[in-house]
Design a binder for this molecule. Structure first.
Ligand code: GLN
Length: 197
């Protein structure tokens, strides 16, 4: 099988770490800043960063509607932290009106932005993760959590009682940053899902 071509949204955030992780997981990678780059990829990763800034830049670069359209057609996607927020169908505490994070409605879930951040700014934890053997070391930075999932969404991981990783078909989201730890198992799970029918 030829390697899937995975784009990483490169408007803001930790794009480079995802590119490296995806390459190590067997994908062909490219950055996405323009509509023609978006059109050329099989799947998209939305990195960690700041979801309100990324939303602003998506509007500025005229990528918001084309991205919504590709997601509506079923393009696979993975979002970490800010990326999880953007993939949600509904965002709580999305930010000031006019500068708020935009829900791309790719995964049927309600996400609360900066949810853990109100308690502790950042923390690390070893988590169980469905489909991965052994604990995943998770780094949370001003992280969201998931407050509601739809019937087609599988919960992959929790930190305490809070949902922090989900899957809906070929879409994945984590509230934490596997791209930062050198553990490629989550990126491999995503890349291997792209090959499934
Ligand atoms: N708090 C950030 C946001 O609202 C997410 C933080 C992160 O990606 N590490 O987008």
């Amino acid at each position: 099988m030829t390697a899937p071509r995975v784009g990483v949204l490169a408007l803001q955030g930790d794009t480079r770490e995802h590119l490296a992780a995806l390459r190590e997981a067997g994908a062909e990678t490219t950055t996405v800043r323009r509509v023609r780059e978006l059109e050329a990829v099989d799947a998209l990763v939305i990195p960690g960063g700041e979801s309100t800034t990324m939303s602003h830049l998506l509007r500025e670069f005229e990528l918001l509607e084309p991205l919504r359209a590709r997601l509506a057609e079923g393009m696979p996607a993975y979002g970490s932290c800010a990326g999880m927020i953007l993939l949600a169908s509904e965002i709580l505490d999305a930010g000031e009106p006019g500068r708020a994070a935009e829900p791309l409605k790719a995964i049927d879930m309600t996400v609360r932005r900066n949810a853990f951040g109100r308690q502790v700014d950042s923390f690390e934890a070893d988590l169980d993760f469905v489909g991965i053997d052994g604990p995943v070391h998770a780094v949370f930075i001003r992280a969201p959590w998931v407050e509601r999932v739809g019937p087609d969404v599988e919960v992959l991981s929790r930190a305490g009682e809070h949902i922090v990783a989900v899957r809906q078909g070929k879409r994945f989201a984590t509230a934490f940053h596997p791209e930062m730890t050198g553990d490629r198992r989550i990126h491999r799970l995503f890349v291997s899902a792209l090959a499934d029918r």
